[in-house]
Design a binder for this molecule. Sequence first.
Ligand code: PRX
Length: 657
Amino acid sequence: MSAEHEIENLLHEERRFAPSKEFAANAIAQPEIYQRAKADRLEFWAEQARNLHWHKPFTQTLDWSNAPFAKWFHDGELNVSYNCLDRHVEAGWGKRVALFFEGERGDTKVYTYLDLLIEVKKAANVLIKLGIQPGDRVALYMPMIPEAIIAMQAVARVGAVHSVVFGGFSADSLASRIQDAGAKLVITADGGYRKGKASLLKPAVDEALADNKCPTVENVLVVNRTNSEVAWEEGRDLWWEEQLNLADREHVAQGFNAEHPLFILYTSGTTGKPKGILHSSGGYLTQTAYTHKNVFDLHEGQDVYWCTADVGWITGHSYVVYGPLANGATQVIYEGTPDSPDWGRWWDIVQKYHVNILYTAPTAIRSFMKIGQSVTTHYDLSSIRVLGSVGEPINPEAWMWYREVIGGNKAPIVDTWWQTETGAIMVSPLPGITATKPGSAHVALPGIEIGIVNDEGVEVGPGHGGYLTIKEPWPSMLRGIWGDPERYKETYWSRFEGKYFAGDGAKFDADGDLWLLGRVDDVMNVSGHRLSTAEIESALVSHPFVAEAAVVGAKDETTGQAVVAFVILRSSHQDQIGSDQDTSKMLRDHVAKEIGPIAKPRTIFVVSELPKTRSGKIMRRLLRDVAEDRPIGDVTTLADSSVMDTITGRINAGAND
Ligand code: PRX
């Protein structure tokens, strides 16, 4: 079935699931929220911002005079960590559980808001002792353990800027991110538990810092999670636990300007170099807290919330570390993988902690679906009230499975569309209001204005595909790309005058509901993780055997998309080159070393030519046809139209089996 056909079918989706009367009556977000935001958008945001604690209140909501560089609430001052911790303790909620930590081996730890505040204060004092000043960058390379959250909160508390690098990235990727941000300190752990064993992190940090590759780094703070033997550099490396034990327990949070930078998070773009997406404080915290409360219908003090994302991704930042804590939520965090020791692990956690709100990615849902309903039959999932989905389009089949098997046919599903750049959820149903339909992300949240435009930037009507744009600035929007303001303007604001270009294709259906059609640029989405074709291509060509490489994202039943690479090998290395299978393994390992295991191509085809236009541009559309095993599309613009025959001929001859 062609993609166009599939979407046509989706647009005729007739199933609707309205919230129950009882749910609707008790929901945090009531229908008038849309009118309130429409009536005065900026006042609506100011109202949300006033739910935070301001050391110095703001008087101006938005300054857009230097667009696209936005300033929100910019004459106000606040402390992000004070908002997430101190104010809840001061309000008498110190004994409320903030975190239920579930280690992969079954070890557990509970932190109340007071416990978390004490740890964060000690960690803040350690940072100060190590010379970290407001504005300094601190890189984190951590497993999913409470110390990761404590470290991020402590960095925010002292006004420094964190750059969390996902633990699945390689030493090389870590090094380039540390260099780009000029980080002064790295916080890591000896390792974390994954799939039943200790998976080490410190060696990658050592490798990243070796040979003075990252001269800005003065210290490495290391959490002892796995008791593993790790190399130690005296004077540079310090144990987290020892430092915290020595630290003063008091720390008074000072206010910083609302536009003070909070973090950098690197994400893949269309070039080989990841972009350091920069977020600031007041607007970001305002929108993450507002969306977390309204989209998930959080009743703090009652609900147990669990977002399965790692802190290495934006979802972990906004919906584990900042939004939930700003709202005084009680949440679960889990260190390991969903299949450890078996595929019942998540459902065991839901039952154990009576999870009410679960937020996860379609890839995970499809993996469970593949295993079958049996994964959940031994567990009581009746506590679940709201289900969330994020990171990639969710197909109606997975949506229905999620609703029926996990949500007991009653919990509303919120399919949330947003990006690292948007900082917080932009498009989503509201669970007590929207009658949801499987597969649609529905409408822009109150306070957000979106539009779908054609190539000329003109808005298209229902049923017409186009580019998703955001028409007005929003509080948690990125403030730039670290060190590259031009790239920020060029990437997001130059394509359509005055509008933010998201890079996603989309369509409205006849009801005005939004359907996401995937990326329209050379960015892939594998298991909800964002990868760039250019980055993987440059990793492949950095191997001495590879002359040329082209990478495409091909449709995959479980992971949404999968990385498929086409490579031309250098004839000069012909005698060293083994079978295609050996070559494939060697190159997959090479990509894992260069970028990280998450970027490993699923399939590598060795070919003798690549399809190019007369101007030399690779025609990925045709390679996608090959990768998805369907008839090859129009080849008339190729410089040499016989190239595709050569490629398919070689593949069909089984040379790549
Ligand atoms: O293509 C969209 C897809 O993920 C991209 C953003 O990736 P990242 O910055 O890594 O953030 C992921 C977590 C917010 C988007 O450009 N995407 C995200 N959510 C959805 C989605 N596609 C369809 N439906 C969604 N709900």
